[in-house]
Write a protein that binds this ligand. Structure first.
Ligand code: 2RA
Length: 331
């Protein structure tokens, strides 16, 4: 059984790693929990074991086979040390995602890319993973000419701080109190913020470029026509995405529903007569990517509109990383 380390074990994604490793019965011999100095010494119970959180150092990875990095700056600081110690790093930060030497993997889309890793495998951005799981069956069915995606991203994407900030602001609005905004540039309660991460080329944000560039890399289509607008919404967990797709080949809505219904990792909830469609309140804490509102886009010859929702911390981060670890074990 592999020895596993979790770097960033006390954060939102790190905590989810613990839950998912247990739920999926991932075989673990030693589990080493690593975090910043501030969290060192904390005791965490996992599967009947009491494990003390240690400060991450360059020496933390001795005898570790798989190192799950939850994200953030620790990846650039410690991933190389983990690889040099012989571990395979599965990294949830954006540090290595576009590095041509590093596979970027969504197990439902490009599992074969795990095979050529050189020590690091990158876990894609949360909104990219959720979109890509939904796009793959349509890509295989009809080819894709162009994608226009608009996201409605939960505060969990900004980690524990984001979740606590929305909670505090809702409380302040209800009880009268000061609204403090630190995790986000503006008040998020009762608001939408059409800016996630920093602005970059062409006035698109880094989050928008992640969706474009990561999707191209995962699908191995470097010139895929894709554009994105990413928006933070006052929802705790689960990102939602409106995706407009122009397919290469004309397909009926019935055909699309049929392939999506059978696709790995997907659950279709789509019954307008019963008012059924996916919503973030009900998809949180689950691993599937939910798809509904599947309609023809009548404004173009081969157009489709779909509505996609997935738990950002699970399939958008921790579950996808653990699935990559499972592929590694199979390999
Ligand atoms: C967000 N994409 O939602 C980020 C998290 N990886 O902010």
């Amino acid at each position: 059984m592999p020895n596993v380390a979790i770097v960033g074990a006390t954060g939102a994604v790190g905590q989810e790693f613990l839950k998912i490793l247990a739920e999926r019965n991932f075989p673990v011999d030693e589990l080493r929990l690593l975090a910043t100095k501030r969290s060192a010494g904390k005791k965490i119970n996992w599967q009947g074991r009491e494990i003390e959180v240690e400060e991450t150092t360059h020496q933390s990875f001795k005898n570790i086979d798989i190192a799950l990095f939850a994200g953030g700056s620790s990846s650039t600081e410690f991933a190389e040390a983990a690889v040099n110690s012989g571990a395979v790093v599965i990294d949830n930060s954006s540090a290595f995602r576009l590095n041509p030497e590093v596979p970027l993997v969504v197990p439902e889309v490009n599992p074969e890319d795990v095979k050529w890793h050189k020590g690091i495998i990158a876990n894609p951005n949360c909104s990219t993973i959720i979109a890509n799981v939904a796009l793959k069956p349509i890509y295989d069915l009809a080819g894709i000419k162009r994608i226009v995606v608009s996201t409605y991203q939960a505060v969990s994407g900004a980690g524990r701080e984001g979740i606590e900030e929305l909670e505090a602001q809702i409380h302040a609005i209800a009880n009268g109190g000061e609204i403090v905004s630190q995790a986000f540039p503006y008040q998020i309660a009762s608001n939408l913020i059409p800016r996630i991460d920093v602005f970059g080329e062409g006035d698109y944000t880094k989050e928008e470029w992640k969706m474009v560039k990561e999707t191209r890399k995962i699908f191995h289509v470097p010139d895929m026509a894709i554009t994105a607008t990413t928006v933070r919404v006052p929802v705790f967990r689960s990102h939602s995405e409106s995706i407009n797709i122009e397919t290469e080949r004309k397909v009926s809505v019935a055909e699309v529903k049929a392939v999506l219904s059978k696709a790995a990792g997907v659950k279709v909830i789509d019954d307008p007569t019963q008012d059924k469609y996916p919503m973030p309140l009900y998809t949180s804490d689950t691993d599937e990517v939910y798809i509904g509102r599947i309609r023809e886009d009548f404004s173009i010859a081969n157009g489709l509109n779909i509505w996609v929702v997935g738990d950002q911390i699970r399939k958008g981060a921790a579950t996808n990383a653990v699935q990559i670890a499972e592929l590694l074990l199979k390999k």
